[in-house]
Design a protein around this ligand. Structure first.
Ligand code: JFZ
Length: 447
């Protein structure tokens, strides 16, 4: 019983706090379980399994914007390349004739899928239609597609067939916002919404199994949360195993299966959610001839490790040229990342997020019975104090090459692992700790 001198206000405050705590717990639980109506958590886990295992995918932004490549009528247009029509204030009548120049004769689906595979990427998300409305696939619902260009080949058909052949998931990016379709703004929007559904039916029935529908452009005022819910239901009816991102609806109501932080890595991930950071390799999604600000391979590697250690996926972008080639700096970096994943992939693919609040020398990922310490900073003389945990450590070794490491429990209770004096890999040396049972951080360092 509360003391009877306790003012009513304090009582109300206690009730409010209890309610708020209960509500937050319920929201967090719902997030983790957020399955489709009628879908059990087990069924959702099965549907998400390949995506949660994959960790690393290729984003491809390709379309008519690769032709101007950041320049229009001799003027450099600022901003991201695929927005040139908007940023350059180019009227539709001037921009759409680019369709008659689109002839990427060097496009080779086998080469593109090979680049993704050698990079260690497990899925490809390509722009089936970006905001400019041009379709990279054979659509019976518009002439503003690749079949109406000199190229006359269904790019998405060639790419999806090659992905199915090489065991890579093929996924579609599709923009709700459309700067070309006459009904995509204003009173006739319902007509455009029918067109949108019709094209999604083409994309989900003509190209075999599709892994993810990656929506974008949902922020337009004509698009509403209820429409997003309806569209999500519709496409899942076409491919029940489909994974859908949160941009199918209004993000603040977080529909879909995963969050999509863009160009940044949430400091503590998105606990209780599946999520994927999408990022450019330079400063633009669509190709710009003058954007040479490429991220370094070490930077890309550490971003991948950071994201995975926080429970996310990394969707890294390439912007092919108008000829159909991936820019050489992209190709080089992807090959270098892939070579490293050949060695360290076990500490990335299929791992869970770090169980520790922080690991100052780098990042942690885990699997049942295994903890992977990704060493970004090397301890003086190779003396590493392992993160405090209740588990008994059975073995310590370097993932690359398997060299066993000595470790000792000091009187301080610290477990000290003796690493080589110098870091074998300055970017990310992975130390593997084999532990007994589920990793239980010591209470002070638990998440
Ligand atoms: C969107 C697109 O506009 C862009 O061209 C690219 O395809 C990217 C992956 O997605 O970019 C956005 C979308 C939303 C915001 C910012 C950029 N936003 O909500 O701030």
């Amino acid at each position: 019983m509360l003391p009877n001198k306790c003012p009513l206000r304090a009582l109300l405050l206690v009730v409010l706090v209890c309610f708020a705590v209960g509500w937050l717990a319920a929201v967090a639980a719902r997030r983790a379980e957020a399955a489709l109506p009628g879908e059990t958590k087990q069924q959702k886990d099965a549907r998400m399994a390949w995506w949660r295992e994959a960790k690393f995918g290729m984003f491809i932004h390709w379309g008519l914007y690769a032709i101007p490549a950041g320049e229009w009528k001799g003027k450099k247009i600022p901003g991201i390349g695929e927005w040139i029509m908007h940023r350059g204030r180019i009227p539709k009548e001037e921009y759409s004739p680019l369709q008659k120049q689109f002839n990427p004769v060097k496009f080779d689906a086998k080469q593109w899928v090979g680049i993704a595979k050698r990079a260690g990427m497990k899925y490809i998300v390509i722009t089936s239609k970006h905001h400019d409305g041009f379709c990279l696939f054979d659509s019976k619902l518009t002439d503003y597609d690749v079949m109406g260009s000199p190229f006359k080949r269904d790019i998405l058909k060639e790419l999806s067939d090659e992905c199915h052949r090489q065991g890579i998931e093929i996924c579609w990016y599709h923009s709700i916002m459309d700067w070309y379709h006459p009904d995509a703004r204003g009173a006739n929007f319902p007509k455009y919404a029918d067109h949108l559904r019709g094209q999604l039916k083409e994309l989900l029935t003509n190209y075999g199994r599709i892994g993810v529908l990656w929506f974008d452009g949902e922020w337009i005022r004509e698009w509403t949360a209820p429409q997003g819910i309806e569209l999500e239901k519709y496409i899942r009816g076409l491919q029940p195993k489909l994974i859908v991102n949160n941009r199918v609806g209004k993000r603040k109501r977080a529909p879909g299966d995963f969050g999509t932080p863009e160009q940044h890595i949430p400091a503590t991930g998105m606990p209780g959610w599946d999520w994927e950071t999408c990022m450019t390799m330079n400063n633009t999604w669509g190709f710009k001839k003058d954007d040479h600000n490429w991220k370094s391979t070490p930077d890309i590697v550490r971003k991948l490790v950071d994201i995975v250690s926080k429970g996310g996926n990394f969707l890294l972008n390439v912007g092919p040229t108008a000829e159909g080639l991936n820019p050489q700096p992209s190709v080089e970096r992807l090959a270098q990342v892939g070579a490293r994943l050949e060695v360290n992939g076990e500490s990335i693919y299929g791992t869970g997020p770090s169980p520790f609040e922080k690991f100052p020398q780098g990042r942690c990922t885990r699997k049942p019975g295994r903890l992977y310490l990704h060493m970004f900073q090397w301890p003086a003389k190779g003396r590493l104090v392992a993160p405090a945990m209740e588990n008994e450590i059975k073995k310590a070794c370097l993932l690359a090459g398997g060299r066993e490491l000595q470790f000792v429990l000091e009187e301080t209770g610290e477990l000290v692992i003796q690493l080589p004096a110098e870091a074998p890999d300055k970017i990310d040396t992975v130390v593997v700790l084999e532990v007994e049972g589920e990793i239980k951080p010591a209470t002070a360092t638990a998440k």
